[in-house]
Design a protein around this ligand. Structure first.
Ligand SMILES: [Zn+2]
Length: 498
C-alpha cells in the first residue's frame, strides 16, 4: 500500500524551507478560492457552451464554440491555442516544466428532440439539476477544468507543471482529433481524461462496431411487406425510437394491427400505430442511453419493434435481420451474439443493436455496438461473432454477412500503480470518502494517449446520463468534481511527478 499522500504539506513545507516568508499566511486554498470567486460562474458558463449544437457535421457550431473557448480562456487569463481538431488551453508552469494534460471533448452526440422534456440545447435548471445535451458528456467537465485551472492560479499554489487542457472535436464519431494531434504535438507527460467515472477508471472495454448486411431476398409471402424502416441515432446510443412502415391490404390491416399490439414487448417500451390506405406505420419507443456506459439504463426501441413485427414478415432478408435484432436484444451483454464469458475485473461484455436502415438498393444495414473485455477481444471476438452469424444463417436459411474484424482493444491499468493510487487518494480527500476504482464500457481518449487515465467527472453510484434524452447532472456534483480535480492538480502539479 502506498503511504497516504497529503500534497500541500510537501509543497508548502518546501516553500517555507526556501524562506519565502509565508509562514504567517494561511496555505493556499484553491477550493476555497473556487467556492468564493469561481463557483458562481459554473452554471452560466455551462449554459453558454451547451447552446452550441456541436453535433458532427455542424461546422458553424464548432466555429462559434471555438471562438467562445478562446474568449472564455483569455478572459480567465489562460493561454488559448487553436491546433486544428484540438484546442489547447494552458496554465503555464515554469519554463521547460513537465506537462499535466487534461482532456475533454467539445463535440456531443445527436439528440432526438421529441424524447426530451426540455429543448436539448438550452440549459434548464430545476431543483439543483442542470439539463441539456453535453452537461455530463463532456461540456460539464470542460467548464469544471477551466474553473479549476483558474482557481489554482488565483490561489497562488506553487506549480511545478504546466497544465494543458486539450479540447477535442470528434471524440463521439471518427475519433481522429486526438490521434492526429499527437502525430504533430508531444503528448503531455501524464493526462487525466475528464470523460468517465470517479474515482478513476482502471479498465476500459474495447469499443467495436459490428455491421451486418442483408442483400434483399424474399423466400415467401405473408401478405405483409416491410416498406421502410429507420431506427437509432448513432452507433453508440441505445435507440429510443424506431419506426417501420408495413404494406398490407387495407382489409387485413385491423387484424395485423391487433396481432402486433398483442405481442409482449421488452419492459419499458411501447408502440404507436398509424393506419394509412394499404399501410400500417408502427412506431416503437423506449429510452435512449449511452450504449456503452449506461446500456442497462436504456430501453431499446429497435428490439421492441423487431419483436413486434418480425413474425409478420415473409421469410426473407428483412425478417432475418429483425429476427437477429430480437435474438441479440434478449439482454445487453451479448448473449444472443455468443458473448457469454465474464471477466473477473470487467464482468460481461456489452452489446446492443443500435442502428438499422434500409438502403436505396433495398438491402438492410444493421449496426451493433460491442464493448468487450480482455478475454473476448481482437481475433477471438471476431471469430466468435462470425461463428454465431454462421449458425444463425444455418438455422434461419438466411444470408446475413459481416466483414468486420475487431481491432479496438480494451485498456487496463494496474489498480495498484502509483498514479492510480494517487488519483484514488485525491478522490477520497475531495469527497471525504474512498471508492473502488471503476470499469467502463465506454471508451475515452485514455485509450488513444500515452500515460492517460480516465478520471471522473461522473460521480460513482449514479446512473450516467451522457447520451441520454434529458441528459442532466446535479450542480452539487459539478462543484464536488472541481474539488476532487483540484486535489489531483495540487498533488500532480505541486511537486515533481513520481
Ligand atoms: Zn464523452
Amino acid at each position: 500500500m502506498p503511504t497516504p499522500h497529503t500534497p500541500w504539506r510537501g509543497a508548502w513545507a518546501a516553500a517555507l524551507a526556501l524562506g519565502t516568508g509565508l509562514a504567517a499566511a494561511a496555505p493556499p486554498d484553491p477550493y476555497g478560492v473556487y467556492s468564493a470567486r469561481w463557483a458562481p460562474r459554473l452554471v452560466p458558463l455551462l449554459s453558454e457552451v451547451v447552446a452550441f449544437e456541436t453535433v458532427a457535421g455542424n461546422a458553424p457550431a464548432f466555429a462559434a464554440q471555438a471562438q467562445w473557448l478562446q474568449r472564455t480562456a483569455e478572459s480567465l487569463g489562460l493561454v488559448y491555442r487553436d491546433q486544428g481538431a484540438v484546442a489547447e488551453i494552458e496554465l503555464p508552469g515554469p519554463a521547460g516544466a513537465p506537462v499535466l494534460g487534461l482532456a475533454v471533448h467539445g463535440d456531443v452526440v445527436p439528440v432526438s428532440a421529441a424524447e426530451w422534456s426540455t429543448p436539448p440545447f438550452q440549459a434548464v435548471m430545476k431543483d439543483g439539476v442542470i439539463q441539456a445535451r453535453g452537461v455530463a458528456d463532456d461540456k460539464g467537465p470542460l467548464v469544471q477544468a477551466l474553473l479549476a485551472m483558474k482557481a489554482l492560479q488565483d490561489s497562488g499554489w506553487p506549480r511545478t507543471h504546466t497544465i494543458r487542457l486539450l479540447v477535442g472535436s470528434d471524440e463521439e464519431t471518427a475519433l481522429k482529433d486526438m490521434p492526429s494531434y499527437l502525430t504533430t504535438h508531444a503528448a503531455p507527460d501524464l493526462t487525466l481524461v475528464l470523460d468517465g467515472y470517479f474515482p478513476v477508471v482502471v479498465g476500459e472495454m474495447s469499443n467495436n462496431s459490428l455491421l451486418v448486411e442483408a442483400a434483399p431476398a424474399v423466400r415467401g409471402d405473408t401478405g405483409v411487406r416491410l416498406l421502410q424502416l429507420q431506427a437509432g441515432l448513432a452507433r453508440n446510443i441505445i435507440p429510443g425510437a424506431a419506426v417501420a412502415t408495413l404494406e398490407v391490404a387495407t382489409a387485413a390491416l385491423p387484424a395485423l394491427r391487433q396481432r402486433i399490439a398483442a405481442r409482449p414487448l421488452p419492459p419499458g417500451t411501447r408502440l404507436e400505430f398509424q393506419a394509412e390506405d394499404g399501410a400500417l406505420i408502427v412506431s416503437a419507443f423506449g429510452r435512449a442511453a449511452h450504449a456503452g456506459v449506461n446500456a442497462q439504463g436504456g430501453r431499446n426501441a429497435l428490439v421492441a419493434l423487431a419483436t413486434a413485427i418480425a413474425p409478420e414478415l415473409p421469410p426473407g432478408s428483412d425478417r432475418d435481420v429483425l429476427t437477429l435484432v430480437q435474438q441479440a436484444g434478449v439482454d445487453v451483454n451479448g448473449t444472443g451474439l455468443g458473448l457469454t464469458e465474464a471477466h473477473p475485473l470487467f464482468g460481461r461484455a456489452v452489446a446492443a443493436p443500435t442502428l438499422l436502415s434500409r438502403q436505396a438498393d433495398g438491402s438492410l444495414k444493421l449496426w451493433f455496438t460491442i464493448r468487450s473485455h480482455p478475454a473476448l477481444s481482437g481475433e477471438v471476438l471476431t471469430e466468435r461473432v462470425q461463428a454465431q452469424l454462421a449458425r444463425f444463417n444455418a438455422d434461419q436459411g438466411a444470408r446475413l454477412r459481416s466483414a468486420n474484424r475487431f481491432t479496438s482493444e480494451p485498456q487496463v491499468h494496474d489498480p495498484q500503480s502509483p498514479t492510480v493510487q494517487r488519483l484514488l487518494a485525491a478522490y477520497a480527500r475531495g469527497t471525504g470518502k474512498a471508492a473502488a476504482p471503476a470499469i467502463m464500457a465506454g471508451g475515452t481518449y485514455a485509450k488513444h494517449m500515452p500515460n492517460a487515465f480516465a478520471f471522473g467527472m461522473w460521480m460513482p453510484g449514479k446512473p450516467y446520463t451522457g447520451h441520454d434524452a434529458d441528459e442532466r447532472i446535479e450542480v452539487a456534483d459539478l462543484h464536488l468534481g472541481v474539488k476532487v480535480l483540484l486535489e489531483a492538480l495540487q498533488d500532480f502539479t505541486g511537486e515533481p511527478a513520481r
